[in-house]
Design a protein around this ligand. Structure first.
Ligand code: 5GP
Length: 193
């Protein structure tokens, strides 16, 4: 076996070991159904008006992509990136914008799209930041909510699933940049939250 083949085999084994440690919490079919229901709820609330979705990178990208394709109203999209977790899972308490929006949100009906609401620090900060930019309305949609970990109040308009205090990966959520590609939301048992 060549050194390249050996390296590839090593990667396959490492990935298999990673998968074995994971426990599925939410299956893709369950998520699809819930995302569809959220889309219907947004359509009802928007009453035919267009909506501007702001995706918080990178974790919410899959949720955004699925929600976007379910919506049957005029939709525009922008992206914002913040850093709050570093490479691991421990919150720093500090929220920093690493990529700002491309356009003004003044006068728009805006929905912030976030993967998971945990301590609430990120969304609390972003909500206040975006509210100051004078959108016509500002709402929040999160795929996952871990209410046990909240340290600051956040009013969320659309919630996919309430989940227990476990560190989850998949469907866009990462651990040290891995696992985002998993179609299900899984618990990574070895991580301290
Ligand atoms: P908060 O500011 O609410 O504490 O955290 C929000 C961010 O923390 C999320 O956007 C996400 O990046 C990260 N986070 C919180 N809990 C988890 C988790 O269980 N898994 C992963 N992958 N990220 C999490």
């Amino acid at each position: 076996m060549s050194s390249v083949q050996q390296a590839c085999a090593g990667v396959v084994v490492a990935k298999k070991r990673q998968r074995e440690k994971l426990k599925v919490l939410l299956r893709r079919a369950q998520i699809r159904k819930r995302v569809r229901a959220i889309a219907r709820q947004i359509e009802r609330d928007c009453k035919g008006e267009s909506v501007h979705l702001i995706c918080i990178l990178k974790g919410a990208c899959i949720f955004l992509a699925d929600l976007l394709r379910e919506l049957r109203i005029p939709v525009s999209v922008d992206f914002i990136a913040v850093s709050s977790y570093g490479k691991g899972s421990l919150p720093s308490g500090e929220v920093r914008i690493t990529k700002d929006l491309d356009r003004s949100i003044e006068g728009l009906h805006v929905i912030i799209i976030e993967d998971i609401l945990d301590t609430g620090l990120t969304l609390n900060y972003l909500y206040r930041l975006l509210q100051a930019r004078r959108p016509c309305s500002l709402k929040i949609a999160v795929l996952l909510d871990k209410p046990d970990r909240r340290v600051t109040e956040v009013v969320v308009d659309y919630i996919g699933f309430k989940i227990p205090d476990e560190f989850v990966v998949g469907y866009g959520l990462d651990y040290a940049e891995l696992y985002r590609n998993l179609p299900d939301v899984c618990v990574l048992p070895t991580v301290d939250t």
